[in-house]
Design a protein around this ligand. Structure first.
Ligand code: CTP
Ligand code: MG
Length: 232
C-alpha cells in the first residue's frame, strides 16, 4: 500500500488480521488470501487509509508472517504479532497506539471491502460523545434459540435484532478498561467482539447504519461474493 496515515488524524485504527481462516478452507492465513490479485489485508488497509481522520494504523499480523505483512502495508503502518484468539490480537495492537489518540476503532481485516464512509461515520459518532459505537444491519433470517438436543427453545422477535459489523469505535479509555476487565474476568460466555466486552462494563453502546459491503469474508461463498462486488 503506497498511502500512509494522515499525521493530522485523531483516530487510531486497530486491524485484527491474525486469524487463520479455517472456514475458508486450506491455504495461507485469511488476511493474506487473494481477492482479485491482492491480499484481503491490502484491500482493507487501503480503504482505511482513504479516511483522513485516521492518524494511526496498527495491524495484528498472523504470527510468523509479520515481515510479509510489513512489506504489504508499507512504512506508515505499525505491525504487531497477533495472538491465539481475536481478543488477544486486539489487545496487542491496542498496546502499540501512542498516548495522543483518544479515539480507537477496531476493525476486522476480513471485512476487506468496508467503505471509508462507514469508518468515518463510526469515528464521527465517537467524536460526538458516544463512548462506544457499532455499525449494524437488520437481520434477514428468522433467529431462533436452540437447546443442546437441537430442540427450539424460542424464536426471537427479529424486528429488534441487528447483525454487528466493524469498525467498532471507542473512547480509548473505555476500550482499554474493557480489555483489562476481560483479562481478569471469570469464565462466562465469550464475547466475540469488542463492543461485547464494553457492554459488560455497563457502558452504553450506540449504533450507526452498517453496509452490505462490510460483510465479513468467512466462507468460500463470501470470497466469491466479494470478487463480484469488486467487479461491480
Ligand atoms: N483474528 C485475529 N486474531 C485471531 C483470530 C482472528 O486477529 N487469533 C481476526 C481475523 O484475522 C479476522 C477477524 O479477527 O479479520 C474476525 O475473525 P474471523 O472472521 O473468525 O477470522 P478467522 O479466525 O481467521 O477465521 P476462522 O474463524 O474461519 O478460522
Ligand atoms: Mg475465527
Amino acid at each position: 500500500v503506497t498511502a500512509s496515515v494522515n499525521p493530522g488524524g485523531d483516530v487510531a485504527v486497530l486491524v485484527a488480521a491474525a486469524g487463520s481462516g479455517l472456514r475458508l478452507g486450506p491455504g495461507p492465513p485469511k488476511a493474506l488470501r487473494l481477492l482479485r490479485g491482492e491480499p484481503l489485508l491490502v484491500h482493507a488497509v487501503r480503504r482505511l487509509l482513504g479516511c483522513p481522520e485516521v492518524g494511526c494504523l496498527v495491524v495484528a499480523a498472523p504470527p510468523g508472517h509479520e515481515e510479509w505483512v510489513r512489506d504489504l502495508v508499507g512504512p506508515g503502518v505499525t505491525v504487531v504479532s497477533g495472538g491465539a484468539h481475536r481478543r488477544a490480537s486486539v489487545a496487542a495492537a491496542l498496546a502499540a497506539v501512542p498516548e495522543r489518540f483518544g479515539i480507537v476503532l477496531v476493525h476486522d481485516a476480513a471485512r476487506a471491502l468496508t467503505p471509508p464512509a462507514q469508518v468515518a461515520a463510526v469515528a464521527a459518532a465517537v467524536r460526538a460523545g458516544n463512548d462506544a459505537v457499532i455499525p449494524v444491519l437488520p437481520v434477514v433470517d428468522t433467529m431462533t434459540q436452540v437447546g443442546p438436543s437441537g430442540e427450539v427453545l424460542g424464536t426471537l422477535d427479529r424486528s429488534g435484532l441487528r447483525a454487528v459489523q466493524t469498525p467498532q469505535g471507542f473512547r480509548r479509555a473505555v476500550l482499554t478498561a474493557a480489555h483489562a476487565a476481560a483479562h481478569t474476568a471469570a469464565a462466562g460466555p465469550a464475547a466475540t467482539d469488542d463492543a461485547g466486552l464494553v457492554e459488560r462494563l455497563g457502558v452504553r453502546v450506540y449504533t450507526v447504519p452498517g453496509s452490505e459491503l462490510a460483510l465479513k469474508i468467512t466462507t468460500p461463498l463470501d470470497l466469491a461474493a466479494a470478487e463480484l462486488l469488486l467487479g461491480a
